[in-house]
Write a protein that binds this ligand. Structure first.
Ligand code: AMP
Ligand code: MG
Length: 495
């Protein structure tokens, strides 16, 4: 038997459910029921996470039933959380878990189904998720975890056996796609928007309750001020981590920013292949590029300011100093991480900027570029052309040479021990990131009924800092076709 503990205990439930969708004033959550998947098929299961959660192998079948909506005996009532958010800079009012349902928690971990059907927060949509986006979420959550980036995790991916209608690029070409449910795991899925919705609606008692709940469960012993300072710190850390691995979230709305500083809600995200600070994969954001790689840190700051506004409606202490500490906190993490990436003890902002300019102008593959610096340290030859997307001219090669000499001079000046530096670089620069095209190829193969590439990818994400039989095939530039193919360089929110 599976026993789960209830979450959101003591918080306010919205009881008068009268059909959907609806506003749920004053509520923190609503009770919901997952839909039963008609023909569930387990596609992915995270063994590592399952054993960390204390899930026994012998209970796996029961779990699969539970995670496909087919087991309603043993769970406390599932809930959908209410939250609001600023979407693309504008207040969007109530949003909420439109297709996510939390079943309860096990050993301090909240278990949430994504794609299990309608909730009072589904607004005009169907509460379902397609295989394409669910696989992307599953793979990226687990990959991020093994990369060492704070993230929500994924326990399972189940095909529901039901087809779901989607207009992938909002161009009137709707088509049926396979439906799926991804089970997400985190200590909590609380977002900035959970607090904002109460402040926006002047529900101050409810806001206080939610803050008390948050502090008691996730920031024990802290004042609101201390909690906010900690959220600022974690968010600053997260932004520098995304920049370390070349991750672009794609939809950094305030409803997609985790109170615990985790990467949350994998939608139209992407990875930098060719280094371009202004890149975003999200087609909805192509004009403004609000959520482009280099702007993520500014947006995080802006989002924290919105959270501050919400908290400030009930917090008597002034939270300005905590918010204002964000740039310094970020630069502290950022400079440290960027120094580690190039095997230096410290590095100035100007040094990093120059390195970014070089990578951008010469069209470096970000992942390969940093690993190639390690090859230089080994005293081996690098085939530079194989890591740049641009055909290198003599001028380009000279520029690269000048930078490499400057870098080596800096290592000497800082009396860097090459062995130690190499070790630090090895931990800071992955050889493998789940580039968009790789996941797209897996989806193509699944379409043909072939799971081999999925199984290989599941292995590759386990050891992203190691060149092995699973990561080596992807230790190369992204193929030319991937720069124009939908699902690789362009993605939409339609999932
Ligand atoms: P996102 O941009 O994916 O973070 O979603 C923004 C809001 O839309 C959230 O409240 C989601 O729960 C909701 N949403 C997205 N897709 C669906 C869907 N297929 N059905 C119901 N709600 C959805
Ligand atoms: Mg979201």
């Amino acid at each position: 038997m599976i026993k789960l503990e209830e979450i959101y205990q003591g918080l306010r439930e919205f009881k008068q459910l009268t059909g959907r969708p609806q506003q749920t004033p004053g509520a923190h959550f609503s009770k919901v029921r997952p839909e039963k998947a008609p023909n569930p098929k387990l596609l992915c299961w995270s063994n590592g996470l399952a054993s960390a959660m204390g899930i026994k192998d012998s209970d796996k079948e029961l779990w699969i039933k539970l995670l496909s909506g087919n087991q309603d005996n043993y769970i406390p009532t599932p809930i959908a959380a209410r939250y609001g958010g600023h979407q693309f800079g504008h207040w969007a009012g109530q949003l909420g878990d439109g297709r996510a349902m939390s079943l309860g928690q096990l050993n301090g971990m909240e278990i949430q189904l994504k794609g299990a059907g309608l909730t009072p927060y589904s607004r005009g949509a169907d509460g379902k998720a397609v295989l394409r986006s669910s696989l992307r979420e599953y793979i990226c959550s687990e990959a991020m975890f093994h990369l060492g980036v704070p993230t929500t995790r994924a326990l399972s991916l189940v095909e529901t056996g039901e087809d779901v209608l989607r207009d992938m690029f909002y161009d009137g070409n709707a088509a049926y796609e396979k439906g799926a449910i991804c089970t997400r795991i985190a200590p909590s899925f609380l977002r900035f928007g959970n607090y904002q919705i109460h402040a926006a609606n002047h529900e101050l008692e409810e806001l206080k309750e939610l803050i008390d709940y948050t502090i008691e469960n996730y920031f024990p012993g802290m004042s609101i001020k201390e909690m906010f300072g900690e959220v600022v710190r974690r968010t600053a850390c997260l932004m520098s981590e995304w920049m370390r691995v070349g991750f672009v979230h794609g939809v950094m709305n305030t409803d997609n920013l985790s109170m615990l500083g985790l990467t949350i809600d994998y939608g139209p995200y992407g990875w930098l292949d060719r280094f371009d600070p202004n890149w975003t994969p999200n087609t909805t954001d192509f004009r403004e590029k609000r959520y482009r790689f280099i702007n993520q840190v500014n947006i995080a700051y802006w989002n924290l300011a919105q959270l501050k506004e919400a908290l400030q409606t009930v917090c008597l202490d002034n939270l300005d100093a905590q918010l204002d500490s964000f740039p310094d906190k970020f630069h502290h993490f950022y400079q440290d991480i960027q120094a580690k990436k190039v095997g230096l003890k410290t590095c100035e902002r100007q040094f990093i900027d120059e390195l970014f300019d070089l990578q951008y102008d010469l069209q470096a593959d970000m992942t390969l570029f940093y690993r190639s610096l390690m090859v230089v340290m080994e005293g081996k030859e690098v085939d530079w052309q194989s890591i740049f997307y641009k055909d290198l001219t003599n001028d380009d090669r000279n520029r690269l040479d000048i930078w490499l000499k400057k870098w080596q001079r800096e290592q000497k000046l800082q009396r860097v021990d090459p062995m130690i530096a190499y070790g630090v670089m090895n931990e800071s620069n992955p050889v493998f990131i789940p580039r968009n095209y790789i996941v797209q190829l897996v989806l193509d193969d699944l379409e043909k009924g072939d799971e081999t590439s999925l199984r290989n990818l599941e292995q590759a994400i386990l050891n992203p800092y190691e060149l092995n039989e699973f990561t080596r095939p992807f230790y190369k530039k992204a193929p030319e076709w991937s720069t124009s193919r939908p699902g690789c360089s362009t993605l939409s929110c339609s999932s």
